[in-house]
Design a binder for this molecule. Structure first.
Ligand code: NDP
Length: 310
């Protein structure tokens, strides 16, 4: 069976940064890219908030450059998905989607999180053309435009507040007659003149010739009554939660109630020695590329130190 000193799972900013550091530390990292090479960022277009790119950078190009930088330092980057983990004893065992088995002294989990979507065909049709799951990434493209945010939790309120600074009008499409968000976030959106909350509304679809031009909505009116109408908008932002990609680790690792990997203090250490978590799979709060990259760095430094103790 193949033996690796440092196995990295995931190819977003956390995974690649871990690979850069682990490569430079000569611990011969092997990185499995996972389902979406380059991670969540490749869903967006231009990244304008990553330091070092004053003019912004194409998200796919940036992730290719992360990869090239990791390869330059000897990281072995492979297509493929880790589908099974056994952390019962060291070396830890991992299985790929091709049924290859590996054993690893250290594992850095950087599997990210996936934004939840409503499941409408139109979300796919207009992806990148008016549909987004990240206001911080894409909000800037909707300056002085009208947008809608779906969801009534803290994320939706935060995204709506952020977008209200840029857009001329922000609708919140909320399926319940109330917001689920914390009081402070509720007050913030309720008192913002640019934000209009559409309670008891659901989205049936989107329309538009060149990207999103509006949403087909349905408003619940009492027990059996409903009203359908079209709302003209330029952007449709999903904020109905994220799902961390941690399913295969739940047997071994401590997760919080929503599935994020619990780490110790501000370190990337998990409850299993030598297994580290970096990036969005362990971060329910910030979910930014730069934060993920920083935590990938920490995880690689921890892995290097851990290997010295073996
Ligand atoms: P939440 O699960 O808290 O909220 C999700 C929202 O989306 C709810 O309003 C939910 O409606 C709605 N929703 C879910 N599925 C659908 C659907 N299919 N159709 C329409 N609406 C839907 O997720 P968040 O991402 O907002 O927050 C996750 C966690 O992170 C929370 O604990 C939150 O407090 C925390 N957080 C904290 C922040 C802060 O403190 N600054 C910022 C962001 C997040 P319903 O209520 O009907 O279920």
């Amino acid at each position: 069976m193949e033996h690796v000193k440092c196995l990295i799972i995931g190819s977003g900013p956390a995974g690649y940064t871990a690979a850069i550091y682990a490569g430079r530390a000569n611990i011969n990292p092997v990185l499995y890219c996972g389902l979406q090479m380059g991670g969540q960022l490749t869903q967006t277009t231009i990244v304008e908030n990553f330091p070092g790119y004053p003019e912004g950078v194409d998200a796919n190009q940036m992730m290719m450059e992360f990869r090239q930088q990791a390869e330059r330092f000897g990281a072995d980057i492979r297509d493929g998905i880790i589908v099974k983990a056994d952390f019962s004893k060291r070396p830890y065992r991992l299985t790929t989607d091709r049924n290859d088995e590996l054993e690893a002294d250290t594992v850095i989990i950087a599997t990210g999180a996936s934004a939840k979507y409503l499941g409408l065909d139109d979300e796919k049709k207009y992806n990148g053309q008016g549909v987004s799951a990240c206001a911080t990434c894409d909000g800037f493209f909707y300056r002085k435009k009208v947008v809608a945010v779906v969801g009534g939790g803290d994320t939706a309120c935060e995204e709506a507040t952020y977008l209200a600074q840029l857009c001329s009008k922000v609708y919140m499409i909320v399926r319940k007659p109330y917001l689920r968000a914390s009081d402070i976030m509720k007050k913030r959106v309720e008192s913002n003149e640019k934000i209009e909350i559409l309670y008891e509304h659901n989205t049936l679809g989107l329309y538009g010739e060149n990207g999103v031009e509006g949403a087909h909505l349905v408003k619940r009116k009492g027990e059996a009554d409903e009203e359908r109408y079209d709302l003209p908008i330029d952007g449709f932002f999903l904020a109905i939660g994220h799902q961390p990609n941690t399913e295969i680790f739940k047997e071994w690792l401590e997760l919080d109630e929503t599935g994020y990997i619990k780490t110790q203090g501000d370190t990337p250490r998990t409850n299993i020695p030598g297994v580290f978590a970096a990036g969005d799979c362990a971060d329910p709060h910030y979910r930014q590329a730069i934060v993920a990259a920083g935590s990938g760095c920490k995880a690689a430094l921890e892995a290097e130190r851990y290997l010295q103790t073996l």
